[in-house]
Design a protein around this ligand. Structure first.
Ligand SMILES: [Zn+2]
Length: 447
C-alpha cells in the first residue's frame, strides 16, 4: 500500500489531453461492443444513423442518441425481466439488483458479472482512498444490504483496500449506534439524512459521538451530501469530516467523490466515465460553470453498457484545478444540486427542495423537516415547511421560525412560505433517499 493520496496516481493526475485520449479510446471500445452485443444499443445507434466505427473522438460523442430511463423501462416491459440491454448472457451474472423505485415508477432491474463487481469496487476505492480511508480503518455500514445496490460496492472496496467492514444489515438505529461505539468504528457510511438520524439517537442514548473514534462519515444516496449547512451539521454532530459520493443503480457504482481536501464538490472519475452537462430543454452542451443535466457514458460495466444516459441530475461542472489536491479530474461544484424533475412550480416561482434544505439546515433548532404543498380555496398553491424542534432548542423556536420564514421568502422572489412546528417524531424518518416533499395539491403549479 503506497502513501499516495490517490488510489490511481497515474490517471488521477493525468494531463487533460492524455485523459481525453484515454477516454476516446475507451469510448470507441464501448460503442463497438455495445453495438455488437446488445440489441437495445444497436437499435439506438441505428436509429440515430450512427455507425460505431465513425465514433473516433470525444467530439463524436454528441452524435450518439441519448439513452433515457423511459426507454430502458420500456425495453424491460417488452422483454422481461432485463430487457434487451444486456451485452452478455444472463448466466454470466453473479448478482441481481434493482433501483430503489422512490419515484413511484417501475424499478429497473440490473445484473452484474464477477468482473463487473471488481470494477464497481474499484470505482468506490477512488472515493474511499481519496477521502483518506486506509487499511487500519474499521468501516461501519448503516445499510440494509438488500436489492438496492447502494453501498454494496463500497463494502467490497473496503475489503479490497484491506479495511475492516462492520456490516449492520437490518439492525435498528439504537443497535447501530451502540455497535459503532462498541466496535470502535472509525468510518461510518450512510445517507446524509440517516447520519443525522443516528446522531439524534446517540444523544438519546447518552453516547457522545464527537468524543468517539469516528473521524469520517462518508455519505451517498441523496444530493444533500454537499449542501454546506447539512454537511456542517453532520460534522458537528459526529465530530468527523463528511465526504460526499454519488452513484446510481443504472451505473452500478459511484461516478464522483469528494477528496480529503473537501473542495465543496465531487471529482468525476474520468478514466471510467465521460460526463457531459447539457441544457435539459435543448439537449445542447453547456460550459464550465453553467447549471445543467448530467449525461453519463460508462466504460466499465460489462453486462450493461451505458451510452449517454440522461440522469436528470442537476450539476455545475468546473475544472479540477479548482481543488488543491492535484487531481486533474473535473469537479461538480456542490455535488449533485438536485433533480431536473424535482423543481416545484408554486404560483409561478421555481422552488428546488435542495435549496429549501440549504436554508432550513442553517437553523440548528430544526431537527427533521418536511416541505408540504397544498391547494387553498380550491385554486391557490400554498407551500409550507413543517419542522420538528431539536431537543434543548425549544426556547429558540419562536425566533427561529420568524427568521426561517423570512429567509425562505427572501430566497424565493417573495413567495410566501408557512413555517409550522410539528410534534417530535411525527415526521417520517429515512434510511435511504429521504422524501421530504409532500405534495397534496389538487392542481400542481396553479396560479
Ligand atoms: Zn480534490
Amino acid at each position: 500500500m503506497s502513501d499516495s493520496p490517490y488510489w490511481n496516481p497515474k490517471t488521477e493526475t493525468m494531463p487533460r489531453e492524455e485523459l481525453s485520449a484515454l477516454q476516446a479510446k475507451k469510448l470507441r471500445a464501448v460503442v463497438a461492443r455495445a453495438y455488437e452485443k446488445s440489441a437495445f444499443h444497436r437499435r439506438l445507434l441505428d436509429g440515430g444513423k450512427v455507425r460505431p466505427e465513425r465514433i473516433r473522438s470525444l467530439a463524436d460523442l454528441e452524435r450518439i442518441p441519448f439513452t433515457t430511463r423511459e426507454a430502458w423501462m420500456e425495453c424491460q416491459g417488452a422483454v422481461p425481466l432485463y430487457g434487451d440491454m444486456l451485452a452478455q448472457p444472463e448466466h454470466d451474472a453473479v448478482r441481481y439488483h434493482m433501483t430503489s423505485g422512490t419515484t413511484g415508477r417501475r424499478p429497473l432491474r440490473v445484473l452484474d458479472s464477477r468482473l463487473d463487481w471488481k470494477w464497481i469496487a474499484e470505482c468506490w476505492c477512488y472515493g474511499f482512498h481519496g477521502f483518506g480511508v486506509r487499511p487500519t480503518d474499521r468501516v461501519f455500514f448503516a445499510f440494509s444490504y438488500a436489492t438496492f445496490i447502494g453501498f454494496w460496492g463500497a463494502h467490497y472496496a473496503c475489503e479490497k483496500m484491506g479495511a475492516m467492514v462492520l456490516p449492520s444489515g437490518n439492525m435498528a438505529t439504537p443497535n447501530r449506534v451502540r455497535v459503532i461505539e462498541e466496535m470502535g468504528a472509525t468510518v461510518v457510511c450512510a445517507t446524509p439524512t440517516y447520519a443525522l438520524r443516528m446522531a439524534q439517537e446517540a444523544r438519546e442514548l447518552g453516547i457522545d459521538l464527537p468524543r468517539g473514534l469516528v473521524s469520517k462519515v462518508i455519505v451517498s444516496g441523496e444530493p444533500a451530501g454537499s449542501i454546506p449547512a447539512t454537511k456542517r451539521l453532520i460534522e458537528s454532530q459526529w465530530g468527523a469530516k463528511v465526504g460526499d459520493t454519488a452513484g446510481m443503480t443504472e451505473l452500478g457504482t459511484i461516478m464522483m467523490f469528494e477528496c480529503s481536501h473537501q473542495p465543496g464538490g465531487a471529482h468525476i472519475i474520468e478514466d471510467h466515465f465521460v460526463e457531459e452537462v447539457i441544457d435539459p430543454a435543448t439537449g445542447k452542451a453547456v460550459g464550465y460553470g453553467e447549471r445543467g443535466e448530467r449525461v453519463v457514458t460508462s466504460f466499465g460495466r460489462g453486462m450493461i453498457p451505458v451510452l449517454r444516459y440522461r440522469t436528470r441530475d442537476l450539476v455545475v461542472k468546473v475544472p479540477g484545478a479548482r481543488c488543491s489536491c492535484g487531481r486533474t479530474f473535473d469537479l461538480y461544484e456542490g455535488g449533485i444540486l438536485g433533480r431536473v424533475d424535482d423543481m416545484l412550480l408554486v404560483r409561478g416561482t421555481n422552488v428546488y427542495p435542495r435549496a429549501v434544505e440549504a436554508i432550513v439546515r442553517e437553523y440548528p433548532a430544526v431537527d427533521e423537516f418536511q416541505i408540504r404543498l397544498w391547494t387553498d380555496e380550491g385554486i391557490r398553491d400554498e407551500i409550507g415547511v413543517r419542522c420538528e424542534v431539536r431537543a434543548g432548542h425549544e426556547e429558540h423556536w419562536d425566533r427561529a421560525a420568524v427568521d426561517l420564514q423570512k429567509d425562505l421568502v427572501r430566497n424565493h422572489e417573495g413567495l410566501h412560505f408557512h413555517v409550522e412546528r410539528v410534534p417530535t417524531g411525527s415526521l417520517p424518518r429515512f434510511e435511504l433517499k429521504a422524501k421530504r416533499v409532500k405534495d397534496d395539491r389538487v392542481v400542481k403549479g396553479g396560479a
